[in-house]
Design a binder for this molecule. Structure first.
Ligand SMILES: [Zn+2]
Length: 394
């Protein structure tokens, strides 16, 4: 009997709709089902996948969070107003370079990008991904996949999320050849392509899926040549919804005359606005200003926040969250000044939101939410590893 190798391959934005419409890897991975996404975008989905915990527990929802007392960017209280003209400082290339420099300056090891967050607001914001989530200890109080694998004593390989798909798949094959028993492959390029072309039938999407198919075959070949039986499971985090319209919530909030940092705090993601009400009149004024947008969005109820795993009694993620309807984009937002053809981060129950799991082994029926991938990975690790007791305090 040949030895088994367990491979979990994460393909960002490989939604159930893409899988269903294209029959992606149908012959190689016949076991497949839709999976509920984690509410939020990649900044909440990745930590959920890597820990099996929801944002209420792991603390990652949007990348930025209104929290002046916790902000590492306090320097920008003085620097922000000096950064003029704003046109220059807001250029994509300038912001990318600055993101790299700042990430290094602050010692962040995780993914760091300023996007279009106004420099004048930065001093009031905290950033959630200061640490590399993929390495041991990367999620502080929560056990992540790397912690689990170290504890199990099995030989493992986790992709470097900073690298492109080609290099990560080559590294995965090398790891198979070097005797790894468990692989977590990370590939994120499909997400970027779908943001521009959110149509599964488009040639550019077909070409990428075709390329993934070739890579899956290569992986299989490599395993076979080393006498290994490959247990391959492809997982994703969410789907992609085509743009239907944009809404300018920022102007509506600013037209109230309320002052950011004094009356309210706000983080504008592409699909949700998270608000903190600081002064007595802020809540009524903002809710009334956004009334016209309730035809294409709504304030999340406490029950919805609980269902989505984002409810925190301490209102860590903001006091109120306004979520837009599938297809609608908040423009401008802290994420961008222009809409994209496709976006994710809508209600998880929308058909275009669903993530997918595909495998060459039967998928346990309880794998219904992206948080459940961790349960599945843990089960694989437990059957092969020598799991030590979890560290005290975890
Ligand atoms: Zn994306």
């Amino acid at each position: 009997m040949s030895r088994k190798i367990t491979i979990f391959w994460f393909i960002d934005a490989l939604g159930w709709e893409v899988v269903r419409q294209t029959n992606f890897l149908q012959d190689l991975l016949p076991f497949r089902q839709p999976v509920g996404m984690q509410f939020g975008y990649s900044s909440s989905a990745i930590p959920t996948i890597l820990s099996g915990q929801v944002p209420a527990v792991h603390g990652h929802l949007g990348l930025f969070r209104y929290a002046p007392e916790d902000s590492p960017f306090r320097l920008f209280r003085w620097l922000g107003p000096l950064m003029k003209p704003s046109g220059l400082w807001n250029r994509g290339r300038v912001r990318n370079l600055l993101s790299r420099l700042l990430g290094r300056f602050y010692g962040f090891t995780g993914y760091f990008q300023l996007y279009q967050v106004p420099f004048t607001k930065l001093a009031s914001l905290d950033y959630c991904e200061k640490k590399d989530l993929f390495v041991p200890g990367g999620m502080e109080t929560v056990e992540n996949l790397a912690d689990l694998l170290v504890r199990s004593g099995i030989r493992y390989h986790i992709s470097d999320w900073r690298l492109g798909d080609r290099r990560n798949l080559a590294a995965a094959r090398a790891a198979v050849a070097e005797g790894a028993e468990f692989l977590f492959i990370y590939t994120a390029e499909l997400d970027a392509i779908l943001h521009n072309t959110p149509s599964p039938q488009a040639p550019v999407i077909q070409a990428k899926l075709e390329w993934y198919r070739g890579e899956a075959d290569e992986l299989l070949k490599t395993c076979r040549s080393h006498g290994l039986e490959m247990r391959l499971t492809v997982i994703s985090d969410h789907g992609m919804s085509p743009l239907t319209r944009t809404v300018d919530l920022m102007s509506a909030v600013e037209a109230t005359g309320l002052v950011f940092g004094k009356d309210y705090g706000a983080c504008y993601d592409s699909t949700m606005l998270r608000v903190n009400f600081l002064s007595a009149r802020a809540e009524a004024a903002i809710k009334s200003a956004l009334k016209p947008f309730e035809e294409c969005g709504h304030w999340l109820s406490e029950a919805e926040e609980c269902t989505y795993g984002i409810y925190r009694a301490d209102r860590y993620f903001g006091e109120a969250i306004f979520l837009v309807a599938p297809g609608v984009q908040i423009v401008p937002s802290d994420m961008g000044v222009r809409p994209l053809a496709g976006m994710h981060g809508y209600a998880p129950e929308d058909k275009d939101s669903y993530a997918a799991i595909l495998s060459n082994a039967e998928i346990p029926p309880e794998i219904r939410h992206v948080a459940n991938y961790f349960t599945l990975m843990k089960r694989h690790v437990e059957t092969r590893g020598r799991l030590q007791e979890e560290k005290v305090g975890r």
